[in-house]
Write a protein that binds this ligand. Structure first.
Ligand code: NAP
Length: 290
């Protein structure tokens, strides 16, 4: 990391609360270093009560843009001057661009999800799919699946069944897609549903550090050969879900590629520059395994 920051150095960053285990400063600061750009990316821990003032402060200080993470992704929408189409439908913003004091909110998780799943588009399109989770990440996944993969049926599975039900109703209304079933995350009753799905996506935080031993199901009959299993969790990269599914011959996709691609899109929105994706992906894998 360079140690000379001066009057022209542009600030980009992240707001969330609490901020822990984020790889975004690594991704963006290595990028600006590789590209010899005069930017710095800093994380800011902003409790919900300070969100409005923090955003005002960002504008007052002329900050170029910032990422948004839990718990602000939904509430920040009301503080934007403009919201992109995908962020409006998903109801969640993870990237804000400041142009002369006017703030626009985007959801670049969509780019990360598409880059991860697009190589499997033929296998996924028109098939039965399971999405576990009902938070912001699950909403971005469902938006992408409905919009770009035209599935036959999406099973929305969540610990709190009412939230799965609410999400099903939300997307039926917003995207006029009605082929959903909502379920409680109760593994013994889901074995056949998981096993008959071409794609299983874990968009819940189950298995995330420090709960590395947690998994959405330990029943190995839930996984079959050549099924695609995508775990959005990126810390650890090799979650227990990825290990169990790989053991049954499934094609497994971890959350790192999504993480790098959502960051690349944010970086492009802030700076107009491309992130050296392959370099960053390799550096991040090394950084994580340290
Ligand atoms: P969120 O809004 O807080 O939602 C969390 C979800 O996980 C909820 O559906 C919650 O169920 C479920 N959950 C939490 N603990 C659980 C447990 N012990 N057992 C069962 N279900 C549990 O979070 P989010 O923003 O959607 O993020 C979800 C995950 O995606 C996180 O691990 C995050 O790091 C990851 N993510 C990855 C990327 C990437 O680039 N790879 C990008 C975005 C997010 P309830 O509704 O019952 O509470």
């Amino acid at each position: 990391m360079k140690n000379t920051f001066h009057v022209n150095t542009r600030l980009i960053g992240l707001i969330g609360h609490p901020i822990k285990h984020t790889y975004s400063p690594f991704i963006h600061n290595v990028t600006v270093q590789l590209k010899n750009m005069d930017y710095i990316y800093l994380p800011f821990d902003v409790p919900p009560a300070n969100l409005k003032n923090a955003v005002k402060g960002m504008v007052a200080l002329g900050i170029k843009g910032f990422n948004v993470t839990i718990p602000h992704k939904e509430n920040i929408i009301h503080l934007m001057n403009n919201v992109s189409e995908e962020a409006t439908i998903i109801g969640s913003v993870n990237t804000v661009v400041n142009e002369l004091g006017k703030l626009t909110g985007y959801n670049t998780d969509v780019n990360g999800i598409l880059e991860t799943l697009n190589p499997y588009k033929e296998q996924i399109t028109g098939q039965e799919i399971c999405v576990v989770g009902a938070g912001g990440a699950a909403r971005a996944v469902i938006y992408c699946l409905v919009r770009y993969f035209k599935p036959k049926l999406i099973h929305v599975i969540n610990r709190t069944e009412q939230r799965a039900e609410a999400l099903k109703n939300y997307f039926s209304d917003k995207m006029k897609f009605n082929s959903f079933k909502a379920h409680e995350l109760f593994p013994p009753e889901l074995v056949d549903i998981f096993g008959n799905s071409k794609l299983i996506v874990n968009a819940s935080s189950v298995g995330m550090f420090p709960e590395n031993d947690d998994v959405i199901t330990t029943l190995t009959k839930s996984f079959v050969k050549n099924q695609i299993v995508f775990d959005l969790v990126y810390n650890p990269a090799k979650t227990r879900l990825i290990q169990l599914a790989a053991g049954e011959g499934a094609i497994t996709l971890d959350g790192i590629k999504m993480l790098v691609h959502q960051a690349a899109k944010s970086f492009e929105l802030w700076t107009g520059e491309q992130m050296p994706i392959e370099n960053i992906y390799k550096s991040l894998k090394l950084f994580i395994s340290d």
